[in-house]
Each structure stands twice: as structure tokens, then as C-alpha cells.
Design a protein around this ligand. Structure first.
Ligand code: 3AM
Length: 344
């Protein structure tokens, strides 16, 4: 524990401005932390710099108005019904590299806001470079095959050339996702090891994308299962229990997942059930034990999230309840409604 904290602290202070963000994150993640990380630090800093983050200060009070994708009518359980994009915090930020986009005229308030965002992104990138592994993944992993995609980018299956172990490589496009969000996702997964959370191995920064190397879950997602067949009650109960164990662990570490849905629950053929995709998670602290941002995927969002009221970890339990309905009925309630009818 002490070694891990020290490793984190070293990483943190190697980037001056970004130190604040990482310290905050580490403090969150190491508080109440009960499990040792089996892999240790993968940190290596070779790549160019990036930044820190005023974390979610900007996120709070901000309701991202990016609408989730409307869900078109689907044939009855023929294909997995895609659940629409998750609503993300701070999506209004500039794509990386921010400097490449044309800024508004200097001297306006718009300009200084753009500059601030640009600075945040630069600091975020600096931080990111301290978190990812050195070099590229192309030699270490072979047999790349694209197995899916989401709002974030694509997911590939590959094999560790040395061990033959299958891995899933999640590509996060930095033009769509802010560096600070990616850093948060990496650190949460890296520090919070649990049998009910998909294992993070390492990550790489390649051009304008981050590649997260994760445990490969050979049973696919729960979304695929619920859309294709009715589940036995015993199986539903097992999935609920395993997910609740994962959530209890996250919540004990002051993390809210905020996007629990069947797409983000992955299955192993050995019967394992694990939570995935921490891109929208929130970190709580004694100073900030509630969040307000409207974040998540519409049909799974708890009422207090939709209404923009303060909320805590219980919103994940609500979302898991919706997953229960998915398992029982084949899809989430109101899945076929357009978002303008679901959101206030
Ligand atoms: O589009 P489908 O549902 O077939 O299950 C995830 C989804 O597949 C899969 O990548 C697609 C886009 O998210 N996926 C994500 N992480 C994975 C992992 N760790 C994974 N498959 C296996 N292992």
C-alpha cells in the first residue's frame, strides 16, 4: 500500500501542474483501499506532456446537452439493441490537440475560456504521458482484430506475444474524449482491482488515441445476452450479486460508476461477471460527497441524475435495477423513446 502510494506520488510530482489532479485522484483511490494491485505500476513517461485537471469542478453545474442517440425501432431481439451514447461531462471541451482548432478572436471572454480549456487539455496530455507505458504496443501484442466499437472508439482483441494471453484493447480517441477523463479512467481501473471489475493491464498513447490494454472477457457483454435470449432466474440473480459486489467495492472507494448498463457488464465463460468502462465515473470526497452532473445513459439514469439534483453512489444501484429489468424483459424501459421525451 505504502509503496503504491509512493509510486503514485512520484508520478504526481513529476508533472507540476498536473500534480494537483493526480493527488486528488490518488487520495480518492487509496482511501479505504483494501486490495493490492497485482501488476504494480505500469507508469513510464516517454511521450510528450499533458495536463492536470481541475477535475470535475467544471463538470459540476454543467449539464451536457449532447443528446444521446435516438434509438430507432428494432426487430424483436434480432440484433443487440444499441443503447445510445452515454451523456458525458464536459464534452464541450476542445478536441485534442486543442491548439489545432481555430480559436475565437483574442480579447473576448470566449477567447480566455478557450485558452483555459486549451491549457487544461495540454496539462491533461502531460499527465497522460506519465501514466501510459513507454513505446508502442505493436510488438508486445499481436493478432489484432477489431471486435466492437462504441462512442469512445473501437475495441480490439489481441494477444500478448510473450505469454499468448488474449487481451482486449480499448481505443479511446482523444478527439472525442478529454485527456483528464482518460487519465481518470486509467487510474481508477489501475488502482481499483477487484474480481468484479475488468482488470487493467497497461495503456499506450499512440498519435491521438489512448489504447487501454484490458483483460479479455470471452463471454462478451450482458447486452448481447439479454437481447438474444431470456435468462434463467438463477443466472439473473448471479449477475446481480456479482455486480453488487463490484459496486460495493467501488462505492467503498468513493467511486460512482455512473454508467451501469448491460453493455458495460462483461461476462467470462468461466462464469465471471465484471463491471467495465469507467469513462464516466465520479470520485467522491468528504468535501464533495455528492455530484450533480447529468451523466450516464438516459434509460439507466436515476431520477435525481436526470433532474440535476445532488446524487451519490445509490444512482448506480438504480441503474443496476434497470439492468435487472433488461435481464427479465430483454431491454430497458423506455429504450425506444427519443431522448427529448425522457429528459426534462
Ligand atoms: O459490440 P459488442 O457488445 O459485441 O462487449 C464489448 C462490445 O462488444 C466489447 O467491445 C465491444 C464494444 O464495447 N468489449 C469491450 N471490452 C471488452 C473486454 N474487456 C470487450 N470484449 C472483451 N473483453
Amino acid at each position: 500500500m505504502i509503496r503504491q502510494v509512493c509510486a503514485m506520488v512520484c508520478t504526481v510530482f513529476s508533472v507540476v501542474y498536473s500534480g494537483y489532479y493526480l493527488t486528488q485522484l490518488t487520495r480518492h483511490l487509496t482511501r479505504g483501499w483494501r486490495q493490492a494491485s497485482p501488476l504494480g505500476s505500469t507508469a513510464g513517461s516517454a511521450a510528450p506532456p499533458a495536463a492536470s485537471v481541475i477535475e470535475e469542478e467544471a463538470e459540476e453545474e454543467q449539464r451536457n446537452i449532447k443528446p444521446p442517440a435516438a434509438v430507432p425501432p428494432q426487430p424483436e431481439h434480432a440484433e443487440p439493441l444499441k443503447t445510445g451514447s452515454a451523456i458525458q461531462p464536459g464534452a464541450a471541451g476542445p478536441a485534442w490537440p486543442a491548439a489545432a482548432s481555430s480559436p475565437p478572436a483574442a480579447g473576448t471572454s470566449c477567447s480566455s475560456a478557450a485558452q483555459q480549456l486549451e491549457m487544461r487539455e495540454e496539462q491533461g496530455l502531460k499527465t497522460l504521458r506519465h501514466v501510459v507505458s513507454v513505446g508502442g504496443p505493436e510488438k508486445k501484442y499481436t493478432g489484432w482484430r477489431r471486435i466492437g466499437s462504441g462512442g469512445f472508439g473501437s475495441v480490439y482483441k489481441a494477444f500478448n506475444a510473450a505469454t499468448g494471453q488474449a487481451v482486449a484493447v480499448k481505443q479511446l480517441n482523444l478527439q472525442h474524449q478529454g485527456c483528464e477523463e482518460v487519465v481518470k479512467e486509467i487510474l481508477v481501473m489501475r488502482e481499483l482491482r477487484n474480481p468484479n471489475i475488468v482488470t487493467y493491464f497497461e495503456s499506450y498513447l499512440v498519435n491521438e488515441a489512448v489504447l487501454l490494454v484490458l483483460e479479455y472477457m470471452d463471454g462478451g457483454s450482458l447486452a448481447d445476452v439479454v437481447s438474444l435470449r431470456r435468462m434463467a432466474v438463477g443466472h439473473m440473480a448471479t449477475v446481480c450479486r456479482e455486480c453488487l459486489q463490484g459496486l460495493a467495492f467501488l462505492h467503498a472507494n468513493q467511486v460512482i460508476h455512473r454508467d451501469i448498463k448491460s453493455d458495460n457488464i462483461l461476462l467470462g465463460r468461466d462464469g465471471s461477471v465484471k463491471l467495465a468502462d469507467f469513462g464516466l465515473c465520479a470520485l467522491l470526497s468528504p468535501e464533495q460527497s455528492k455530484r450533480r452532473s447529468m451523466v450516464g445513459t438516459t434509460c439507466w439514469m436515476a431520477p435525481e441524475v436526470v433532474r440535476g439534483e445532488p446524487y451519490g453512489p445509490k444512482v448506480d444501484t438504480w441503474s443496476l435495477g434497470i439492468v435487472g429489468i433488461e435481464m427479465a424483459k430483454g431491454e430497458a424501459p423506455y429504450l425506444r423513446e427519443t431522448s427529448d421525451r425522457l429528459l426534462p
